[in-house]
Design a protein around this ligand. Sequence first.
Ligand code: ADP
Ligand code: MG
Length: 793
Amino acid sequence: MSISISEKVENSANKAEYNNYKKIVEQIKQVSFESLDNQGISNKSSELRNKLSKGASMEDIIIEAFALAKLAVKRVLNISPYDEQLIAGIAMHRGRLIEMQTGEGKTLSAVFPAYLNALSGRGCHILTFNDYLARRDAAWMGPVYEMLGLTVGFVQENMKKSEKQSAYACDITYVTAKVAGFDYLMDSLCYKKSELMLRPFNFAIVDEADSILIDEARIPLVIATGGEQDENTLCLTMESLRKLEPEVDYGKDEVKGNVFLTQIGLTRVEAMLCCGNLYAEENFNLLSEVQNILHAMALLTKDIDYIVRDGKIEMVDEFTGRVAQNRRWPDGIQAALEAKECLCIQSKGRIMNQITLQSFILLYKKLAGMTGTAKDSSYEISEFYDMEVLVIPPHIPCKRVDYPDVIFTHKQAKYKALSEEIKRVHATGQPILIGTCSVEESEYLAEELNKIGIEYKVLNARNDEFEAHIIEQAGTLNSVTVSTNMAGRGADIKLGGVDGTNRDKIAALGGLYIIGTNRHESMRIDKQLKGRTGRQGDAGMSKFFISLEDDLIKRYGIDKLISSVLRPGNQEEPLINPKIAKKIGQVQRIIQGQDSDLRRALWQYAFFIESQRIQVHQRRMEIVNDTIPFNILGKENPELFTKLTNFFNESTIIELEKQVALYNIDEVWADYLAHVEYLQEGVKLSVLKGKNPLLEYQIETDNTFQKLALEVQKRILQDFEALEISQHGLNILKERVKPPSSTWTYLVHDNSLMGPLSSLFIANSISSLGRLLSWPVLFGTSVYKKIFKNTSA
Ligand code: ADP
Ligand code: MG
């Protein structure tokens, strides 16, 4: 394979950096603390902490700190960290995202930069992939930090507030990005300093970083309160639209996630709804409704994309194939789905605040990451997070054999070959792990295995811990495990299972055999699956079985790219043609590029609102933390203020004023978010009309935002002017401006910003880039970070 010039440069840059870190590792190994007893280690650690507080930089103490941590690891866990782990540790301290194969010991590598950075006393978060791993890793590495005199905690989604507060107060906190993000949103509605959960964000190490930084980056975390139910015509519209015929009345483009009315369909809809021109200005809401319903009908399939349980729509996560807790589609689509399934429309609540995972991660002053698969996305990671990827080679070279894909003309032939392969291999005792792309496929395969009498385990549990324990045993003799792609990420699969029984025998059989039943849209996910075998230089092998009828191939029209010469009619034998495999790889790259464009375009919109959100949040925190004197009333209506001071203590008034201010800031912000959502609907329409959506959106939102501060001030004054001056009046006002009594948090599924028309709008905003070139477009994340890094949170 030829290597491109940019790759060569990158490799040599990588190499220089790597060698540089290697030299530091040599210095670390020169330091001998062996003679220190446990108390001595703790004392030495305090000494380092003192040095920092007296003005030494972390760079000044890195050698000693790493050497000390290395000794603590040896004492407590009885393992000697490898050089590669120390190198990874240094790289993460320097803000890199390290790519390190599964099973190489990333959990341990993170201890070094976490320790060094937490010595400052400003805290370090290790953002894990799920709650179970937060718990596991804190328990696993906790004793090391404790020997070093640091405190360690972990946070779980359903912990009590007080438990979370103490976990966040620790030097090191293990927590998922989602939970930390939700807690941040909770804090953003908080009225009292003593009730805040989080400290200002300092340093985060993101584990399984590609998943959070790329795959989940766009997901908004939302906090909402009760809210009133919308009166709507949705169910009626739904009933009409059910009569539409697919392909005649509407068509879809699954690649772009679009569905559109045909001319025939449009005429029918206009007749059914008696609305005149559907695209007319006054039918704005109706058109959105129609779009959402079409999306729900045409693009979302029950039992694949969602299930219905207890009268509720539950989304199925496309990556894990499991029900995604607390996650929903954008409101319009969620409601349309509920109408489609004839469920009563759930009250959508009022959104009080929201933040995407990407923006949340960027609130940290300093970031590092680790994962088994990052290289393929290094460009994007650098662009969005200002973070460079460093590849750390495995401690023992990887011996895994990746066989070429076996490609069939149709699904039936693929499954037949799969069954035969499983049966043949299983007879030898070699363990097999089969990665599928959906719960549905896992279940189908399980049926097939039943037919040929093979015992297996299927991962469709909803419990991460339970799954991790099954996955950990996937490498034992005779075992067959069927799992959706990403279930059990973070679990370590040792040959022979946790206790390593029959290890050598299994290695002689070829190690754990990974079978992929599909190629995923993202090459990274395929690599994750392969990476589950061949850990730490073990034997291992992988093979993918594909058919030209697979979703990926059909959805992206790869079958059409393959000329009929290469493509015979259905046949039972695999197709032997490297060109086809190459095409699939190409398509994965195209999809990756498209996804990346989508994220880039959405970022331009999200960036705008996020920078406003940060300003509001900062102002709000100044009030909560009492960092600036606050007295709008005294300034704007001194007469009233004086009058009030005749009745109440000045401090009582100022305290009440703070409460009134916080309440109104939250109200005004929530109204603004609703307005933004409304504008986003408008953006969709302006795309349809061929206008420049980004520019219009920016002008509109900016105009409105500029007026928010005045609006807040106006409402504060109004509240006081309407106050009846008596203890009773005061109590009434206090009661009204209380924090919301109940809030709930949830995730909105991908594409939330633009919903069904996202691709349309992207095409437009990308083509208009040249004309546009207004500052936010040129604004990369790095600039953004420079502006907001030190002021956020
Ligand atoms: P990763 O997160 O990179 O997939 P883990 O952190 O889960 O890997 O570690 C995988 C396994 O490697 C664990 O069982 C751990 O105990 C072991 N391990 C890590 N570092 C070392 C080391 N230096 N020596 C021996 N075993 C190690
Ligand atoms: Mg891990």
